[in-house]
Design a protein around this ligand. Structure first.
Ligand code: DGJ
Length: 715
């Protein structure tokens, strides 16, 4: 609910939180409060601070440069006369039912009771900034974005602009960022916010493996169940910056497109829309904050057929770790037969299927089958896979172009490149200039030819490098600062076309593992490949960090072989299954090496996923024991506490008790468990015992044991 108690006071309320704004007597829009739900908008504490220092002390909702606010500026602009100041004063506000949309950009959506507040600020020199707010009561989500419009008669150049700024009066907060590397994405890092500027971001055109566009600010005492947490995540998949600046006045948080490399000139009458920032406040720790984000993603961001969490997601087998580039059609069909025996629904042909692609050095951009590997083409393979009773899916990397490809030979100018400079190859490839409509159209024609040639039910859209040599032949020199963002708009447009034309298609995004795992991509694909690291122990940390903002049901997670191809580690079947079954489950190993008995042993896990898939996708995540390098425990429970799946891996299983905060103490629960090295068991336990003393876990030693159980309340 959004209220406006006077023309100058605004309060956004969700079920448990409030966000308050007020216009001061000078016409500046100030941030007053973001925290537990409150009744009204408190009056300004000191409306007229010392004129000598006041701009620094004012919690401005959209701080402007050049007029005495000496925070590190995020918003930077240049007028036609070379001046760089802006003075934005309140002009008007209006409230409307439903959620604002951001044309061309991914954004949360919702009908009433979701509401939108629009506040317009104006600079007399000719700039209108419309701040957009939406309050999602059901999941404690508040979103923000801004539209900047040139209302003057001369051009104005934007050199950096935030989607949102939030000022905190307290300074003693911790900052949690999700950082990492290839095969080690989104590992939480927590430290006190220190004086000065701290930021995470990207200049690589994708978020990259190094940082994720989501951060948490929290009180020092915050843990899974206690303390105040403010989670902030951008709905954007390109260059981003999330920044804190601690001064004597408090902490200023700013979020938006990374200003480095960004420059956008608005002619009179033109406007620019920022990406959206999603914010959740929780006074019950990180656990609740994450569950609110998960709900928000599932209810208000995922779209299309796969938004229905009760609709079964296919159990797939992906060919990558089984074959890499080395396969024949016969090998694929033998693999598919084994996958069918293990219980898979869908066979995914990963990289290596197109003309001449026998390594990563060639052929990206030539999206037709290699006759040496697929004599009857993709359609022929698809038909044979279908005859085995499996659906068919395929891998593409549409943004990429190999120097050794017909596409590059025919259209050398389609690659991002700076004239007169050698173009950087990463993984032996360049990137297509997706800011150009004709380049996207060329790829669209190839993609639709592929997808129309046979019933492709699943498409994996990969992106194996960051952008470099960012310069577009289609734009004049003074507009090259637009290329990064225009590239993203082009990517979003193409994926939008794709899901519109193929509404039944299950699209999974991927970027060399999880280098583009963000809320923006989730608007187009209901699942994203989490990491190339499929090692069960490493996955605990990767999926734990990912779960701060993103629900388990969007995390691509596959059961793979041992020793693991990346870490060499051997984990039990149960540990590998626990890690994979809590995401979007699939297989990624050479099942042709399995005996019929071994394949049959995998079936119960697939049956478990089928039986409890709706709960796993729609349930609430409880991080019971965060990963500590030797194991972890977590659960996915229905909101009413009637049923749950509990997972445990590693040392957690040393005969300890695991309190389950979601069970209802007054009920009894039937528990079916499965663990490494012991027979499956059934027992019935009191809810009170489970909640207070905890679920008794077995004492299991050995190579990374695993535990899974399904709990159901007795009627
Ligand atoms: C990177 C992906 O993360 C892998 O799963 C696989 O698809 C390879 N690319 C193929 O090149």
């Amino acid at each position: 609910m959004i209220q406006s108690s006077s023309p100058h006071r605004f309060a956004l309320h969700t079920a448990h939180t409030s966000y308050l704004l007020e216009v001061d007597p000078e016409g500046r829009l100030l941030h007053r409060y973001y925290g537990p739900r409150t009744g009204s908008c408190p009056p300004l504490a000191s409306p007229h601070p010392d004129p000598g220092c006041w701009p620094d002390r004012l919690p401005q909702e959209f701080p402007t440069p050049g007029l005495g606010d000496n925070h590190a500026p995020f918003f930077a602009l240049e007028w036609a006369d070379g001046s760089r100041a802006a003075d934005l004063c309140f002009a008007e506000a209006d409230l409307c039912p439903g959620k604002y949309a951001l044309p061309g950009l991914p954004a949360f959506f919702g009908e009433a009771p979701v509401q939108t507040l629009r506040i317009t600020l104006r600079d007399p020199k000719g700039l209108a900034v419309t701040l957009l707010y939406a309050a999602f009561e059901d999941c404690d989500l508040i979103t923000r974005a801004a539209i900047l419009e040139n209302t003057g008669s001369e051009p104005v150049t934007l050199q950096g602009l935030p989607s949102a700024v939030v000022d905190f009066t307290r300074k003693d907060l911790d900052l949690i960022t999700l950082d990492g590397d290839w095969a080690a994405e989104r590992t939480p890092f927590r430290a006190p916010v220190r004086p000065g500027v701290q930021s995470v971001g990207s200049v690589g055109g994708i978020p990259t493996h190094a940082h994720n566009p989501g951060i948490v600010l929290c009180t020092r005492d915050a843990d899974e169940t206690h303390g105040s947490c403010w989670g902030m995540a951008l709905v954007y998949s390109g260059n981003f910056r999330l920044q804190t600046e601690r001064t004597t006045a408090g902490i200023r948080f700013s979020a938006g497109i990374e200003p480095q490399g960004f420059c956008w000139t608005l002619a009179p009458g033109e406007s620019f829309t920022t990406p959206e920032l999603a914010m959740v406040y929780s006074d019950r720790g990180l656990g609740r904050m994450s569950r609110c984000f998960h709900d928000a993603v599932r209810r208000h961001l995922l779209r299309g057929r796969w938004r229905d969490l009760t609709a079964p997601r296919p159990v797939l087998l992906n060919s990558w770790e089984a074959c890499y580039f080395d396969f024949t059609e016969d090998k694929l069909l033998t693999l598919a037969r084994a996958a069918k025996q293990a219980g898979a629904d869908l066979f995914v042909l990963d990289d290596g299927w197109f003309r001449g692609r026998n390594s990563d050095t060639t052929s990206l951009g030539d999206w037709t089958a290699d006759p040496a590997k697929l004599p009857d083409g993709v359609a022929g393979l698809c038909r044979k896979i279908n005859e085995l009773g499996l659906d068919f899916g395929i891998w593409v990397e549409p943004e990429a172009i190999s120097p050794d490809s017909d596409l590059f030979r025919n259209h050398p100018d389609w690659a991002l490149q700076i004239p007169g400079r050698e173009t950087l190859q990463i993984r032996h490839q360049y990137t297509l200039d997706f800011s150009r409509a004709e380049v996207r159209e060329g790829i669209w024609q190839q993609l639709t030819a592929l997808l129309d040639s046979c019933p492709v039910r699943y498409l994996k859209w990969d992106m194996n490098r960051s952008l470099a040599n960012v310069w577009s032949a289609a734009l004049p020199a003074q507009r090259q600062g637009e290329v990064f963002h225009r590239y993203l708009l082009g990517l979003y447009e193409l994926q939008q076309r794709l899901i519109q034309r193929y509404p039944q298609l299950l699209l999974e995004n991927c970027a060399g593992g999880g280098a583009r795992f963000d809320l923006g991509m989730l608007y187009y694909s209901p699942q994203i490949w989490c990491s190339d690291n499929t090692d069960a122990l490493d996955r605990l940390m990767i999926q734990y960090g990912t779960s701060f903002f993103y629900p388990p049901c969007v995390m691509g997670a596959h059961f793979s072989t041992v020793p693991n191809h990346i870490t060499g580690r051997t984990a039990s079947v149960e540990a590998r299954m626990a890690a994979a079954l809590s995401g979007t489950f699939g297989f990624e190993l050479d099942l042709t090496r399995y005996t019929p008995e071994q394949l049959a042993e995998l079936r119960p896990f697939v049956d478990f996923y089928r039986a409890h898939g709706a709960l796993l996708r729609s349930g609430e995540l409880w991080r019971l024991c965060p990963p500590d390098g030797s194991g972890a425990a977590w659960a996915i429970a229905s909101g009413d506490g009637r049923e749950a799946v509990v997972f445990g891996v590693g040392r957690v299983l040393d005969g300890r008790r695991l309190p389950l905060p979601f069970v209802r103490a007054e009920h009894r629960y039937h528990i079916q468990s499965r663990m490494t090295g012991r027979p499956s068991g059934d027992e019935t336990l009191e809810g009170e015992l489970l909640a207070v003393h905890g679920l008794p876990l077995p004492a299991i030693r050995g190579d990374l044991p695993g535990y899974l159980c399904y709990l159901q309340q007795e009627e």
